[in-house]
Design a protein around this ligand. Structure first.
Ligand code: PHE
Ligand code: FE
Length: 272
């Protein structure tokens, strides 16, 4: 079934200037992420051959992606309604903005464009475990809509798919697309002393509000993609019930129960 809102990518229609914007962003991000993104992300970037030679053609990426995890990308004009978005994810379809930001606003986005959506999100969709997580999220989203808990589930997306960090032998790494596609936040999220980086806890995440207008004040780090998937396989009914009475947590607040992972030396080495 072709989802409503799907449009033709019209790859031939991109101008030379638009291709150059992709290449500029790609080159800048590629160097930055080499030491900062998690292995799954870097592996995906390579597997998709998302090189710096201009905006990728979905017709060229999709066969590779489908072979790896059964996901495919469709072009959409911009943000689509929640229900349509979840519907896509549940079918292993990722809707990506067709347009690209302009050269004079390289670091500002009012809506996700093709660089954020494809460079940021699609590499992780080549990872089989993450691919399953995203589909499960789509199904969970449809359910949360019906249960009136979308605002809670949206926080899970925000703090994982968009702004998630993952622990590794070399310390915290980036897997969230919002960080991976942002030059300044890719540095800030890992190296700046101001934000808190705390161990992922699903109830804690769903209680935490987030900011869309500036860098995050709190990042949640998962032990592994597998652990994230496992934590979300449980039926969320009990969580949603608990959230009815649990207080909300402002971004940036650290609770006594939080495990602060700091920004210092690698997690595993630090424990030795
Ligand atoms: N387990 C969730 C539920 O019962 C569904 C879900 C899975 C949501 C993965 C998000 C991510 O609603
Ligand atoms: Fe996104």
């Amino acid at each position: 079934m072709i989802p409503a809102y799907a449009i033709d990518q019209n790859w031939d229609g991109y101008s030379a200037a638009e291709h150059r914007v992709w290449t500029t962003l790609y080159d800048r991000q590629r160097d930055l992420l080499e030491s900062r993104a998690c292995d799954a992300f870097l592996k995906g970037l390579k597997a998709l051959d998302l090189h710096g030679d201009g905006i990728p053609d979905f017709a060229r990426i999709n066969p590779r992606l489908e072979k790896l995890t059964g996901w495919r990308i469709i072009a959409v004009p911009g943000l689509i309604p929640d229900a349509a978005f979840f519907d896509c994810l549940a079918q292993r379809i990722f809707p990506a903005g067709q347009f690209i930001r302009s050269a004079d606003t390289l670091d500002y986005l009012s809506e996700p464009d093709i660089f954020h959506d494809v460079f940021g999100h699609v590499p992780m969709l080549t990872d089989p475990t993450f691919a399953d997580y995203m589909q499960a999220y789509g199904i969970g989203g449809q359910r949360a809509l019906g249960l009136d808990h979308l605002h809670h589930l949206a926080r899970l997306y925000w703090y994982t798919v968009e702004f998630g960090l993952v622990q590794s032998r070399e310390g915290l790494k980036i897997y969230g697309a919002g960080i991976a596609s942002s030059h300044a936040e890719a540095i800030f999220a890992l190296e700046d002393p101001t934000p808190s980086r705390i161990a992922f806890d699903i109830l804690r995440v769903m209680r935490t509000r987030y900011r869309i207008d500036t860098f995050q004040e709190t990042y949640f780090a998962i032990p592994s993609i597998g652990a994230l998937l496992e934590a979300t396989l449980q039926d969320f009914s009990d969580l949603y019930a608990a959230l009815e009475t649990a207080s909300e947590i402002a971004p940036g607040v650290i609770l006594p129960t939080d495990r602060d992972l700091g920004s210092g030396p690698p997690v595993l080495e630090a424990r030795q």
